[in-house]
Design a protein around this ligand. Sequence first.
Ligand code: SF4
Length: 285
Amino acid sequence: MNLSVDIDKYSGFCNGVVNAVKKAERYLDTNKRLYSLGAIVHNSVEIARLQQKGLEIIDINRMKELKDDVVLVRAHGEPPATYKLAEERGVSIIDCTCPVVLKLQRDIAAKYKELKPLGGQILIFGKVGHAEVNGLVGQTEGEAIVVESPADIDKIDLSKPTALFSQTTKDINEYQQLIDSINDRGCKFFSAYNTICRQVASRYGHLADFARSHDVILFVSGTESSNGRVLFELCKKYNPRSYRVENGDDVKRDWFRENESVGICGATSTPRWQLEEIYYICKHL
Ligand code: SF4
C-alpha cells in the first residue's frame, strides 16, 4: 500500500521525561538494579525496555521495606514525606523531579505559608491521585483541595482567600474555564497562576494543525498517560480518523486507503523510537 507518512517533529518525550530516562539508563550502565518510585514514564512499552535493563518499579509501601538502597524519583516529583522516609531508611534518591514541577511545588509551598495564617486555601486543578498532584498537595500538609472540573467548585467555600494552581499537563482552555467559573462566583480574594507546562501547551496548537493536515492520524501512547488522553482527544477533534495505538500490532490495514497521508504523533511520554517503529510499519503495509 502506498502511503505518505510523516512523524510529528514536536512529538516525543518532554525534557522532564528525557532527563529521567537518561539518568536511569546511566545508573543501570554500571549497576544491576534501580528502584523507581512509580512508573518513570506512562508508557508500558518503554517501561518494559527499561525493566530489561534492571529498572524495578515500586510503590511507597515497598520503599518502606528498603534499607540503604537507591530509588529514582521521577519527573512528576514527590511530596516531602517521601524524602523524609528515604532519610529514615538510608535510601539515596536519584531526584529526577522536572524543574518545572519543582518550581510549582515551591510556589505552592510559599503560597500555602502566606495564606494559612489568613484562613486561606490552595486549590489545585488536576486529577485526584495523580502522582504529580500528590506531590503538590504534599507541599500544603495535605490541605490543598484538588479540583477536577468546574462542577467541583460548588462544594468549596470561595469566601476564603483562595489561590489556584494547575497540574502541569492540564488543558489550558479547561483551566481558563475553571478560572472563569470561580470569577463568576464573585470570589473576592482569588488569584490564579498559569502553571501549565509550556512544552505541553505549545504542542496543542501545533498538533491541531498536524491532525488537520493528514488523512489519518496515528496517536502513539499508553492508556495510562493523562497527557496522552488529552492530546489524543485533541487529534480526534481536528481529525475524526485519528486512532490511538500502543504498538505495531494495533495498526489495522483497513484504516487506510491507497495514496493517503498518515501523520504519526504522540504524548510527552512517547519515546521517539516508538514513533519510528509505527512509521516503519505504515511504510510496509
Ligand atoms: S510535561 Fe513539562 S512539567 Fe511535566 S515533566 Fe514534562 S517538561 Fe516537566
